[in-house]
Design a protein around this ligand. Structure first.
Ligand code: ATP
Ligand code: MG
Length: 353
């Protein structure tokens, strides 16, 4: 196997703290398992922007696009930079520049203690959301007419293309096949938004016919929110648009123990992938050794699968499960340890496993 190059973008706030653990974990995996990986650091984020005004230089974009196999991103966002333009350049440069059309978010609860729903346990929550990542209401098409007047009209367009919808629905089915998952659910609101979501419904009806081995169904997003809380055990792979995916995955994060436990991948199957813990830069706890690094450990598990390191993701999930079960974790998930101590414990487990 040729050497895999991993771009490292620590970013801001707790992003830097959890990526530091992530880098140690990757270095430990290289040493212990012999993975052929090379880490390529990039100085991007608020510090860089404040120093020389650079957001995401074209050279860096090209190097990542043309020479890397994966990106590990911490978080972007800093109270010293109120304008979010630099963050937009970096995040959109990666997401749109690399055409990462699937935002994949596993929602797995790893310990009964983390499950907030009465009568449910960790075993009842194990789903994966495929959120469309390049279209929908987040593309910024629209405008404010007669702005600031009593007659103002504000319009945000929901842009959905046939190709865009089909490729993410297909990716969700392919994922289900590859990972032995039994069901795929597509969620929209086509009763209220017949144009955009009617397209989703039609494409879903077509594509599902090609996957006879997978049970597939449709659910309106309002009903899905109820289902996630009332009967999460009935859910498996979920595919939905950008906006709904954003919302249901936050609901999902609550089912798995909060943002400190939520991992994500931004992928274009067959190409470079970008891997990031779901949480942001969390300025309130930055620099205090309080950030939960376990979302980053799970995120690196997803990266290992993407890079073809079979079995590593499952091993890392088990280490995280054990960390939570035995209280080797940060306060947000009921422990008393700091970021670095949790990281050290994880590294020791990798060495011993
Ligand atoms: P950003 O603007 O970059 O998204 P934010 O202030 O919205 O930053 P988030 O990271 O989105 O912060 O998280 C919201 C809150 O959840 C944080 O303020 C923090 O208290 C908590 N939190 C988030 N991530 C973690 C983590 N890894 N460990 C512990 N607490 C966390
Ligand atoms: Mg946030």
């Amino acid at each position: 196997m040729s050497k895999k190059r991993i771009a490292i973008i620590p970013g801001d706030g707790i992003g830097k703290e959890v990526v530091a653990i992530g880098v140690q974990l990757l270095e430990t995996l290289r040493e212990v398992r012999g993975y052929a990986i090379e880490l390529v650091p990039f100085d991007l984020g608020a510090d860089r922007f404040l120093r020389d005004g650079a957001t995401f230089p074209a050279d860096d974009q090209r190097t990542i696009r043309e020479t890397c196999d994966a990106v590990l991103l911490g978080a972007i966002g800093d109270p010293r930079v109120p304008s979010l333009d630099y963050a937009r350049d970096i995040l959109f440069g990666l997401r749109f520049g690399l055409d990462l059309y699937c935002n994949v978010r596993p929602i797995q609860c790893l310990d009964d203690r983390l499950m907030p729903i009465k009568g449910k346990g960790a075993k009842d929550c194990d789903m994966v959301v495929f959120r469309e990542n390049t279209e929908g209401v987040y593309v910024g098409v629209g405008g404010n007419f007669k702005k600031g007047t009593p007659d103002e009209v504000a319009i945000t367009e929901d842009v959905n293309t046939r190709k865009g919808v089909e490729r993410v629905i297909r990716a969700a089915f392919e994922f289900a096949v590859k990972h032995g998952r039994k069901r795929v659910l597509m969620s929209d609101k086509n009763n209220a938004m017949p144009h955009a979501h009617g397209l989703w419904k039609r494409v879903f009806e077509e594509v599902r016919g090609e996957y006879a081995g997978i049970e597939s169904r449709h659910m309106y997003v309002d009903a899905l929110c109820m289902q996630m809380v009332r009967a999460p055990e009935t859910l498996d792979v979920i595919v939905t648009n950008n906006l709904f995916g954003d919302i249901v995955t936050d609901l999902g994060a609550a089912l798995q123990g909060g943002l400190g436990m939520a991992a994500s991948a931004n992928i274009h199957p067959g190409r470079i992938g970008m891997f990031e813990p779901v949480h942001g830069s969390a300025p309130d706890i930055a620099g205090k050794d309080m950030a939960n690094p376990l979302a980053t450990v799970l995120t690196i598990g997803m990266m290992c699968t993407h890079l073809g390191f079979e079995g590593e993701e499952a091993r890392l999930v088990e280490i995280v499960r054990e960390a939570v079960r035995t209280g080797r974790c940060t306060r947000d998930v009921g422990g008393e340890m700091g970021t670095r101590a949790v990281g050290d414990w994880v590294l020791a487990q990798v060495r011993g496993s």
